[in-house]
Design a protein. Structure first.
Length: 229
């Protein structure tokens, strides 16, 4: 997970809150690496998420969990630049920097279907399209576009009037919101159970089904996500 090779020609850019990173993020990274034949895939935890209403977990924790969640994937680099940039994190700024650092490279912006639906609300989204090709994985969504954590029919992205490449990946009914709720439930005896993180629960899936074991351990060791949001 060292610096991006200067000669990389096909570079994937995968941004997100990663609060925490979960199995679907890792599956999306693996799919993008293979399907887009990437020389490098940058994982970019956001600094200030202008589009999320809750305060994010401090960046050092999210960066540490990303290192654990994407561990072992060749050509993946954790890139902290957005967490160091003052003010809101805008993808257009990041892509502009990357395009200048890698002249001639082809940039692919990797995202899930919920973000594709919201894309035209992003700051300077037209500029994003000039710098990068969108590469989109489908995701379980309700009919109104909200993320679903349970099984739903595969959302139909064919009517979306934006150019994008479709990443072929099975639907993963996982969200970071559900992970945090699972941890809170297990810690507080709420919906998820009555004891610690390893308590068996039938109400919500076991944490290890949602995040890699090393991330689950990190969450437990650092007492993350125990407080109500
Ligand atoms: P939260 O529940 O806190 O909103 P999240 O699970 O959506 O978080 P993010 O870190 O916001 O996770 O997502 C980063 C990127 O990963 C986004 O482009 C998002 O669409 C994509 N992504 C997240 N979960 C999935 C999933 N289950 N399937 C496909 N893409 C996903």
């Amino acid at each position: 997970m060292s610096a991006t090779p200067a000669a990389a020609q096909r570079i994937g850019v995968f941004g997100g809150a990663f609060d925490p990173p979960h199995w679907a993020h890792r599956a999306l990274a693996e799919t993008a690496l293979a399907q887009l034949a990437l020389d490098a895939l940058l994982i970019l935890p956001t600094g200030h998420a202008w589009h999320k209403s809750r305060a994010l977990t401090p960046a050092p924790h999210r960066l540490a969990m990303c290192r654990l969640a994407f561990d072992g994937l060749e050509r993946v680099h954790i890139d902290a630049r957005e967490t160091r940039r003052p003010g809101p994190s805008y993808t257009a700024d990041t892509l502009q920097e990357l395009a200048a650092e890698h002249p001639g490279a082809q940039l692919f912006l990797v995202l899930g279907a919920d973000q594709l639906l919201a894309f035209q609300s992003w700051q300077r989204w037209q500029e994003v399209l000039r710098h990068a090709t969108l590469a989109v994985a489908n995701r379980p969504l309700h009919a109104d576009g909200r993320v679903a954590d349970g099984p739903v029919a595969e959302p139909d992205l064919s009517g979306i009037d934006l150019p994008f490449e479709h990443l072929q990946m099975p639907l993963h009914p996982i969200s970071a919101t559900a992970v945090r709720a699972r941890v809170r439930g297990a810690a507080g005896g709420g919906q998820g159970g009555s004891g610690g993180l390893n308590e068996f629960s039938t109400a919500q899936p076991a944490l290890d089904l949602l995040v890699p074991a090393a991330v689950a351990r990190y969450i437990s060791d650092h007492h993350l996500y125990h407080q109500p949001e």
